[in-house]
Ligand binder design. Structure first.
Ligand SMILES: NC(=O)c1ccc[n+]([C@@H]2O[C@H](COP(=O)([O-])OP(=O)(O)OC[C@H]3O[C@@H](n4cnc5c(N)ncnc54)[C@H](O)[C@@H]3O)[C@@H](O)[C@H]2O)c1
Length: 415
């Protein structure tokens, strides 16, 4: 069946926007991607993904070469717009939705009656409604005279993204989706768009419910990880192995404790719970406590490393991994980076091994006592080896090379 959308514009061509744009283009729909980063636009128009994600480069290559995917730095007219720009938190943990607002204002130049606008960025509850009001103010000609429920001659919806880095191209198609409309009609128009490429089920709801769904998904993950990390803190205090202890507890038929780690990082789980905590502080005390536990983990790991260093009488530690999770190159909000930074500040000699990067991130540049090294040399030259990220090469490291070293395994891979 031909798609009711001749041209779709994706605003923000990062980790979420680019796989979405390329997937829609692969269904034969013309996709006009827009990003304010000239570097990203140039790379995409040269048929390359500007970051690493399995199967994405091939998809970008084929869709750009077929002419279905084109990238621009300025908004282009289309029938549907998907906004996937960053929604970080400010230093005081309040959500920063200025990128969303700028993106919405920018498309106002090209919007026409009948268009569909979808927000995909993870956002505080109420943002889609607020953006409808922003658009109405910028484009009074698009405000309905007929008193339609949402008051606009365009459809507006919120559709959260839940794909997993490392499996984005697959999950984008296979995952179930929630589409929340400003009105029920808006939700069903959004469903029409996602039906062009999603094989999972698509559930319609209100925009506010869809916004909340995304936030509670990530808060749920954060709280459950915090529980595992709290168990690990107790185990460390008692001198017990956290992974073995948790594995035994998980023999209970109704218990499923997650694995502990050095903290919680990335663009989502460490950030999104704040969108609820800052809006509803009295109603989110478990979420707040979970953030405290997870934010405190890097400090506990540094304490363990310092204890190991003082036992060996050495100042030299090798830290394996910098990314926020295994087998990806994403260092955003990474607890491993925080741990290395703390050790650097404390004056230790830190050699870092991170197979997914070629240079240290900004937070670690300028510390003469922190350097990036190859795995074998770094392990050989250090008395204390801290495993911070369960990258495959670290899991498979030749164990004889670790003999005689003081090991601090924060991910339970070497047990
Ligand atoms: N990365 C994930 O795994 C993930 C998962 C689910 C949800 N999300 C959410 O999706 C949203 C996007 O995240 P991301 O990881 O893709 O971010 P990203 O930083 O990788 O990409 C965002 C892109 O938007 C561009 N941009 C910023 N302002 C713009 C504007 N006004 N017009 C056009 N382009 C603009 C940036 O240059 C950047 O390339 C965030 O709200 C995030 O929380 C991310």
């Amino acid at each position: 069946m031909p798609s009711p959308f001749e041209a779709v514009s994706v605003i923000g061509l990062g980790y979420i926007g680019l796989p979405t744009a390329a997937t829609i283009a692969s269904r034969g729909i013309q996709v006009l991607g827009v990003d304010t980063s000239q570097k990203a636009v140039t790379a995409i128009n040269a048929a390359h993904a500007h970051f690493s994600e399995p199967d994405l480069d091939g998809l970008v290559h084929s869709t750009v070469r077929s002419g279905r995917l084109k990238a621009f730095t300025e908004p282009q007219p289309a029938d549907a717009f998907i906004v996937a720009v960053p929604t970080p938190i400010q230093p005081d943990k309040q959500p920063d939705i200025t990128y969303v607002e700028q993106a919405m204002r920018s498309i106002c130049r090209v919007l026409k009656a009948g268009d569909l606008v979808i927000l995909e960025s993870t956002s505080p509850v109420g943002t889609t409604q607020r953006m409808a009001e922003v658009i109405g103010k910028e484009r009074p000609d698009l405000v309905s005279a007929n008193g339609k429920a949402h008051g606009l001659k365009i459809s507006m919806a919120y559709c959260p993204e839940r794909i997993l880095p490392g499996r984005m191209v697959y999950e984008l198609v296979q995952n179930d989706r929630i589409v929340g409309g400003i009105t029920p009609e808006c939700a069903s128009r959004a469903k029409e768009l996602y039906s062009t490429f999603v094989r999972g089920q698509i559930f319609e709801t209100s925009a506010a419910a869809a916004e909340l769904v995304k936030l509670i998904e990530n808060a749920y993950r954060d709280v459950n990880i915090a529980f595992a990390n709290e168990v690990a803190n107790v185990c460390d205090h008692l001198g017990l192995d956290a992974w073995q202890t948790i594995a035994l507890a998980n023999r209970h038929p109704r218990v499923k404790i997650l694995n502990p780690g050095p903290g919680v990082g990335g663009h989502c789980i460490a950030v999104d719970p704040w969108f609820l905590i800052t809006q509803y502080p009295e109603l989110t005390q478990v979420m707040r406590a979970a953030r405290n536990v997870n934010d405190g983990r890097p400090h506990s790991v540094v304490d363990r490393i310092e204890t190991a260093l003082s036992e060996t009488g050495s100042k030299k530690v090798c830290c394996l991994g910098l990314s926020y999770k295994a087998d990806v190159d994403d260092l955003r909000e990474s607890p491993a980076v925080e741990i290395v930074e703390m050790l650097g500040h404390k004056g230790y000699d830190v050699t870092v091994v991170e197979p997914h990067v070629t240079e240290l991130p900004n937070a670690l540049v300028g510390h003469s006592n922190i350097k990036l090294q190859q795995l074998e040399d770094a392990v050989t030259e250090s008395d204390v080896v801290a495993l911070l990220v369960a990258h495959m090469p670290f899991k498979n490291v030749d164990r004889s090379k670790l003999q005689g070293k003081h090991l601090v395994d924060c991910v339970g891979s070497w047990n």
